[in-house]
Design a protein around this ligand. Structure first.
Ligand code: NAD
Ligand code: IPM
Ligand code: MN
Length: 344
């Protein structure tokens, strides 16, 4: 019996978590996967319930879980609060050592016409953003004074090496090309990043390494995204570029992710946030959460068939023209979820 800790969080989080768990239940029955879920307070919901965005019992449950599903956190009500929901997100990533955040980018055939990019530009787009998740400027010293402020960007060679190895390992199983993105024309951390990337590349003679400065990489992601296979980059650049990549399929609402440590439980979450602008209306696109469930089944439980069942059902549903509002349709969260389950 596998234990899955669920962190629904804030905003649209609870709405899409329910959708993901409904799909999980149906697939589990089909493939005979036995699991139990344990819902825990997290983010703004953690602050409200226990005064902290990552309550101690939530952290302990997560540490002893076989996998963790997280929906989304954050709410404007905490914008000026002393403790913010986002701190819980950074804390769980750090506490569980979830250094490797994998954000796949693929185009759904049925959504091609919805992409703001010309069809010839998105043809053949299929890449993975490998984002370093427990280092860099997110976790350096932050000082805010009245008339000055500073944020420190720190990386050790070891931190860079392990995320580069992760990227090369993933590239080995697909297009055998790694694009390492940095700002080595300015930043010391990027100079070290590039040096370590070169060293790691010698361990993988079958994989090609190319370097790209982050500013021009942002441009290429829109003008020639089919050029990428595996993109690897530091925490902040990965945050920005992965949201940019959601323009290719047409919405953040279809973008899942997996975060891995060296050997502890992995965490699966959409790349988007709590979408306060549409929260509570039942209209969020649940596909990002549902595909995160598929990633969990594949990567934490080795259930390739179950993952594919979900991915195929999502494809089929989109092909049938069931589209949420972010995709230009009228389906609500419940209708989209029901259609996916019907296709299962
Ligand atoms: P966001 O990702 O929440 O929303 C950006 C836009 O995308 C909004 O217009 C939203 O409606 C839309 N969107 C996002 N997910 C959608 C979905 N599933 N279906 C349909 N539309 C969707 O980003 P934001 O508005 O900049 O941030 C809102 C809050 O979320 C902030 O507090 C932020 O810190 C937090 N956040 C949390 C996470 C996380 O939990 N991992 C990630 C990003 C942002
Ligand atoms: C994400 C989010 C988080 C990040 C925020 C909410 C702290 O944007 O998961 O991409 O910046 O990592
Ligand atoms: Mn982000």
């Amino acid at each position: 019996m596998k234990k899955i800790v669920t962190l629904a969080g804030d905003g649209i989080g609870p709405e899409i978590m329910s959708a993901g768990l409904e799909v999980l239940e149906v697939v589990a029955q089909k493939v005979g996967f036995e699991y139990e879920t344990q819902a825990k307070a997290f983010g703004g919901a953690g602050i409200d319930a226990e005064g902290h965005p990552l309550p101690q019992d939530t952290l302990e449950a997560a540490k002893s879980a076989d996998a963790i599903l997280l929906a989304a956190i954050g709410s404007p009500q905490y914008d000026n609060a002393p403790v913010r929901p986002e701190q819980g997100l950074l804390a769980i990533r750090k506490e569980l050592n979830l250094f490797a955040n994998i954000r796949p980018v693929r185009i759904f055939d049925a959504l091609k016409h919805l992409s703001p990019l010309k069809p010839e530009r998105i043809e053949g787009v299929d890449f993975v953003v490998v984002r370093e998740l427990t280092g860099g400027i997110y976790f350096g010293e932050h000082t805010l004074n009245e008339a000055s402020a500073r944020d420190v960007n720190d990386y050790s060679a070891d931190e860079i090496r392990r995320i580069l190895r992760k990227a090369f390992d993933i590239a080995r199983g697909r297009g055998k090309k790694v694009t390492s993105i940095d700002k080595q024309n300015v930043l010391a951390t990027s100079k070290l990043w590039r040096k370590v990337a070169e060293e790691v590349a010698t361990e993988y003679p079958d994989v090609t390494l190319e370097h790209q400065l982050v500013d021009s990489a942002a441009m290429i992601m829109i003008t020639n995204p089919a050029r990428f296979d595996v993109v690897v980059t530091e925490n902040l650049f990965g945050d920005i570029l992965s949201d940019e990549s959601s323009v290719l399929p047409g919405t953040l609402g279809v973008m899942p992710s997996a975060s891995h440590s060296e050997n502890g439980p992995s965490l699966y979450e959409p790349i988007h946030g709590s979408a306060p602008d549409i929260a509570g209306q039942g209209i969020a696109n649940p596909i990002s959460m549902i595909l995160s469930v598929a990633m969990m089944l594949r990567e934490s439980f080795g259930l390739e068939e179950a993952a594919q069942l979900i991915e195929t059902a999502v494809d089929k549903t989109l092909t049938q023209g069931v589209l949420t509002r972010d995709l230009g349709g009228q389906a609500d969260t419940a209708e989209m979820t029901a259609a996916i389950i019907a296709n299962l």
